[in-house]
Design a protein around this ligand. Structure first.
Ligand code: BGC
Length: 767
């Protein structure tokens, strides 16, 4: 009897299942595109526009509600709330399906909570959560923090960047976020700009390689799956050459420079399949990027066939009205932006009402809304959010900051650090000779190692410089003299005390630089929205270095900073100088290992270091007349050149051999050098190939990086390294802005930096 009852119940359940028709879009067996079509048919205009609307997370909003006035909020780029809208209303809106996406959601718990509200909505559409996971998902407490992008670029290892990005994707999904607002592939041409550390430096080719690697790592092909995320190429475009070095200031450049320098890395990201683009704060040649049809539609979609969606940056459509003033009303700004190609509005409540109204009034074609919503939904389907929008909070710790990720972060830190000077082989430190080591400087023991886009991390996750030194050389007798993290309030009395103490040591290590700590917004000297008009050390750091040097104790300076610093005096006087950038969770360990010779440094400068801000713009791929005359005072050369970086080995390069002396534009030539490690330790070298078109219809740079390859050689070992030269390496925009190769003589240069003295050269002709 019992058995019969059970079978009846089962049959009823199965029957009920068959008769209740699940909407097609909820069927995971169907292709994502089909599911989008089905869902779109069921959606109202309001629901579609909701997909285009992004808000900050509820917790973030609550914090801002407590801390800020409406005026402060308007100017802020980090905090968010919406005057007139309370955080509790945001929850209700999510329940009603009026929010498509969130940002600044920094706990797994909140991510789940927001999804649970979204699941109460009519169509049960999950929310897409974006986060600034620029070098690890650093806004999450406990994440693995990799070196910032400028340090990543210094590795010249795209494969490593890809691996770190893959791990970042895993940590993001484990903590409930799905969309990384990275890579920043702006070509950095002004070190005064605070965001340089967030870029891959000054060279379009290197930036493109690193950007594409980031996209591949985050998205893994077409990002279908529960452990992938979508990437975002940003900021499109020109913000990295702002007037006055100020974030968001106008960029006024020729179409030629735009196409030759600034666009190629973005195109590389499109080729790598990047699914989203973020527009830049700035105007480009008079047109705010957020309303630029040329950028969003003509170039991105029509020319490059970009197939994803475009998001606005923080309050930037609003600025079209209230800062750029090319729209008399906010409505006009929203209309222009969406009509010209914007798909998602980052921030706040006014946008949706306006867009709905514009469609109803016939001012905006509904097709634009449909196209935008469809792409956003496609991402949600592919990411598997309809199948499971939640994450298992119990499993977060298995992924976040796990042993494998820690290992990658450490490896990347080791490879990102650049040895800029090493007079009389002061480095690596001879432990027997230098027993008592004095360590000081504001960056010797703080989280500035983590760089911008990182919130405070657990102390036990970060190895500071002094901690690294003690760990790597327990036998040394370290005396540590700390400074406060606030560089602006350093006191001379403490500098003097440091000098007195240093005088008693055998060796001094001074760790100076900048402060990009996002959670100490008022103390930052670098990072987002902290631009500068000079590039010297802030506060009394220079005095500190000079005082220690004046003791006569051999002194090593370590720079922990996000942007190039014009430390000319230090480069002239201090025997050993290390550029560590912001090397992440294990930065202190990596620095110590390099100082003590347990790791051979191999980083190379991805950006030129100027002697002073007055040298800006200064970059290696300049045009010859930029250096026609020398400056009347001071030296005209940069402090350190692009591609430069020392190590503890010695590498010798043979002359270049070419497979032929001439080629056709359709053909190719192979250029080969033999590299030998003539030093006493195993080391890695970045073999760099530069090209110059000797005579051309328009003025071309003195050299341009067109290939690089990292090799590791044991002492005495040698290896041949070859580069293929094809039209790809030789093409440029000619006098009619046609892209191609011009016939004539070319120079190929191969070596271990962009400096002429480090390069072998050979000539060939394109016939
Ligand atoms: C930055 C973007 C960032 C966004 C969200 C803006 O201020 O310019 O790069 O993705 O904030 O945090």
């Amino acid at each position: 009897m019992k058995r019969i009852l059970l079978s009846c119940t089962l049959a009823c359940i199965i029957l009920a299942g068959c008769t209740e028709k699940e909407p097609l879009y909820l069927n995971p067996e169907l292709p994502a595109e089909k599911r989008v079509q089905d869902l779109m048919k069921r959606m109202t205009l309001e629901e579609k526009v909701a997909q285009m609307s992004q808000y900050v997370g509820v917790e973030h909003m609550k914090a801002a509600e407590k801390e800020m006035t409406p005026e402060e909020m308007k100017e802020s780029h980090a905090q968010g709330f919406y005057p007139g809208l309370h955080s509790s209303e945001l929850i209700e809106m999510t329940r009603q399906g009026l929010i498509g996406s969130f940002l600044h959601v920094v706990t797994a718990k909140e991510a789940n909570l927001l999804q649970s509200y979204a699941m109460e909505s009519r169509l049960r559409i999950p929310v897409l959560i974006g986060i600034d996971a620029v070098h690890g998902t650093g806004l999450y407490h406990g994440a693995t923090i990799y070196p910032t992008s400028i340090g990543q670029a210094a590795t010249f290892e795209p494969e490593l960047v890809e691996r770190a990005s893959r791990e970042t994707a895993l940590e993001m999904r484990a903590t409930g976020t799905h969309w990384a607002f990275t890579p920043n592939v702006e070509v950095a041409r002004d070190a005064r700009w605070g965001r340089v550390g967030e870029t891959f430096g000054e060279d379009p080719y290197l930036v493109g390689q690193m950007g594409a690697a980031t996209v591949r790592g985050l998205q893994t092909a077409d990002f279908t799956g529960f452990d992938k995320v979508i990437a975002c190429a940003k900021h499109f475009v020109g913000g990295s050459q702002p007037i006055n070095g100020i974030n968001g200031a106008p960029c006024d450049i020729s179409d030629r420079t735009l196409h030759e320098v600034f666009l190629p890395p973005f195109k590389d990201c499109v080729d790598a399949g990047v699914f989203t683009f973020m527009m830049a704060h700035n105007e480009l040649n008079g047109i705010p990027c957020h309303v630029s049809r040329y950028l969003m539609t003509d170039i991105l979609r029509d020319r490059w066939q970009f197939d994803g969606f475009v998001v606005s940056d923080w309050m930037d459509i609003e600025r079209v009205h209230d800062k750029h003033a090319t729209a008399a009303t906010l409505d006009e700004a929203y209309l222009q932006s969406v009509a010209h190609g914007m798909d998602m509005h980052m921030h706040g409540p006014d946008f949706a009402d306006c867009i709905i109204r514009m469609v109803r009034e016939g001012k905006l074609p509904e097709k634009r809304v449909n196209d935008a919503a469809a792409k956003i939904l496609l991402a949600k389907f592919k990411l598997g959010l309809f199948e499971n929008p939640y994450i298992d909070e119990e499993k977060v710790d298995e992924v976040v900051f796990n042993a494998a990720h820690q290992q990658t972060a450490l490896e990347m830190a080791r490879k990102s650090i650049i040895l800029l000077k090493n007079e009389n082989s002061l480095l690596p430190i001879d432990r027997n000779r230098y027993k008592k080591i004095f360590v000081t400087g504001p960056n010797a023991d703080n989280e500035t190692l983590l760089g911008d886009w990182s919130f405070r991390q657990p102390d036990e996750n970060t190895i500071t410089v002094i901690e690294g030194l003690q760990q790597v050389s327990p036998e040394s007798d370290f005396e540590f003299f700390p400074f406060d993290t606030n560089l602006r309030t350093m006191e001379m009395s403490r500098v003097k005390q440091a000098k007195e103490r240093a005088a008693r040591a055998d060796l001094a290590i001074v760790v100076v630089g900048e402060n990009s700590m996002r959670y100490m917004w008022k103390e930052k000297t670098c990072g987002e929205n902290v631009d500068r008009y000079e590039l010297s050390l802030v506060g009394l750091q220079q005095e500190l270095v000079e005082e220690i040097y004046n003791t006569g104790v051999p002194t090593i300076v370590v720079l922990v900073n996000g942007r190039p610093l014009s430390t000319e005096w230090i480069a002239d006087h201090i025997p050993a100088l290390v550029e560590a950038w912001e090397p992440g969770s294990f930065g202190g360990q990596a620095i110590a290992e390099i100082l003590f010779g347990e790791v051979n440094p191999e980083g190379k400068l991805p950006i030129t270091i100027p002697r002073s801000a007055g040298q800006i713009q200064t970059y290696y791929n300049y045009k010859q007349t930029s250096k026609w005359f020398n400056y009347g005072t001071g030296k005209s050369t940069p402090l350190f050149e692009f591609g430069y970086g020392l190590n503890y080995s010695r590498f010798e390069f043979s002359p270049i051999t070419l497979s032929a002396n001439s080629m056709t534009p359709q053909g190719s030539i192979t250029a080969t050098v033999e590299v030998r490690n003539t030093g006493r330790v195993t080391g890695s070298e970045v073999v760099q190939m530069y090209i110059r078109d000797c005579y051309s219809s328009v003025v071309r740079p003195v050299k341009e990086l067109k290939g690089f390859s990292k090799i590791t050689l044991r002492p005495g070992e040698s290896r041949k390294v070859s580069f293929e030269i094809t039209a790809r390496e030789l093409s440029f925009y000619d006098i009619d802005m046609k892209y191609g190769v011009e016939k004539g003589d070319f120079l190929v240069m191969i070596g271990n930096s962009s400096r002429d003295i480090d390069l072998q050269r050979e000539q060939f002709v394109v016939k």
